[in-house]
Design a protein around this ligand. Structure first.
Ligand SMILES: [Zn+2]
Length: 321
């Protein structure tokens, strides 16, 4: 459509360009259902994915209702029956993370069960295959471009922890929500130091430095298909991740703080391993300034959500059964 190619063509361009959101959203839901087949432990991820997608559809321009997204009546009815809470709460509660993070968790769960040796490679490969399936137009809507792998030390025996980059265009919302509800404290505090933009708070510094033996490496998930068999493409840490976690890098380009896959991966690492074995130094701050930073982050998040400042943000917790 000629109008779609013209970025100045007002409403027509908007409707046309937002269409991949619905396509990818439905394909991600169908993929999650497939991944959860015969795996009752995975139902919680499907619940969380549904809520996160319906929430993002609701704040999208133009908004997409659950019925617009799941536009196959039999599937819609079945989902409403099995997972009623996401349908009830998508407009009143905020997701703790983006849908693709839940997809990652599902893939990690399946792969850990199957294959210990080649785990990392298999997970990256499976995510690439999923991206090819659920993003047929290459629009990258709801898709993460990067995966990060962290380990306490670079040894085959130490457990690997994974994370993906933010997968929505309104990243300040999931980043703020992750700081307040999801990420491990040290990672949340590091990101809050800069949230929501590139400016460091004058009164609060929660950044830290990883020990040199910690392995924290990011890989590109969006390589062309023909490169599939080549070496994994390493993405060096950006300047923001250098500033937040003390990762050595020559990069000067800063990205939105908290956007990169390193945040989720390091959060999972720190949640499961002793912090003293991961972090060599971190900044000091008073409890009062920490609370001030949290309040500021919540207020900024409310502004992005266009919420009144006197209402507390409620985060969605998926049903475990
Ligand atoms: Zn980064």
């Amino acid at each position: 459509m000629a109008a779609a190619a013209d970025p100045d063509h007002g409403g027509v361009e908007l409707v046309e360009s937002e269409e991949p959101f619905r396509t990818n959203a439905l394909l991600i839901i169908l993929k999650a259902l497939k991944l959860s087949h015969n795996r009752p432990h995975s139902f919680v991820f499907v619940d969380e994915i549904l809520h996160s997608i319906f929430f993002l559809g609701n704040i999208n321009t133009p908004p997409h209702s659950p019925k617009d997204i799941v536009n196959v009546p039999e599937v819609f009815e079945a989902l409403l029956d099995c997972y009623p809470r996401p349908f009830k709460l998508f407009s009143s509660q905020v997701p703790k993370r983006s849908p693709f993070s839940c997809v990652l968790d599902m893939v990690v769960q399946v792969t850990r069960e199957q294959e210990r040796e080649q785990e990392e490679r298999n997970i990256i490969r499976q995510l690439r295959n999923i991206i090819n399936e659920v993003d047929p137009s290459g629009s990258r809507k709801l898709i993460s471009s990067t995966i990060c792998v962290s380990q306490r030390e670079n040894s085959p025996l130490s457990t690997r922890y994974y994370g993906v980059s933010m997968s929505t265009h309104r990243r300040q919302i999931p980043i703020g929500a992750s700081c307040l509800s999801n990420w491990q404290t040290f990672v949340a505090n590091a990101v809050m130091t800069y949230y929501p933009h590139m400016t460091k708070k004058p009164y609060f510094d929660g950044t830290f430095t990883l020990k040199p033996e910690v392995r924290c490496v990011a890989f590109d998930l969006l390589r062309e298909q023909e490169e599939e068999m080549a070496e994994e493409v390493v993405k060096p840490p950006c300047r923001s991740c250098g500033n937040l976690y003390g990762l050595a890098t020559r990069e000067v380009k800063e990205f939105t703080y908290g956007n990169c896959a390193e945040a989720e991966s390091l959060s999972n690492l720190l949640r499961n391993e002793r912090a003293s074995t991961i972090i060599s130094s971190r900044r000091e701050y008073s409890e009062r300034n920490l609370q001030r930073a949290k309040t500021q982050v919540e207020n900024d998040l409310k502004s992005f959500l266009k919420m009144p400042q006197d209402i507390r943000v409620t985060f969605y917790t998926p049903e475990t059964e």
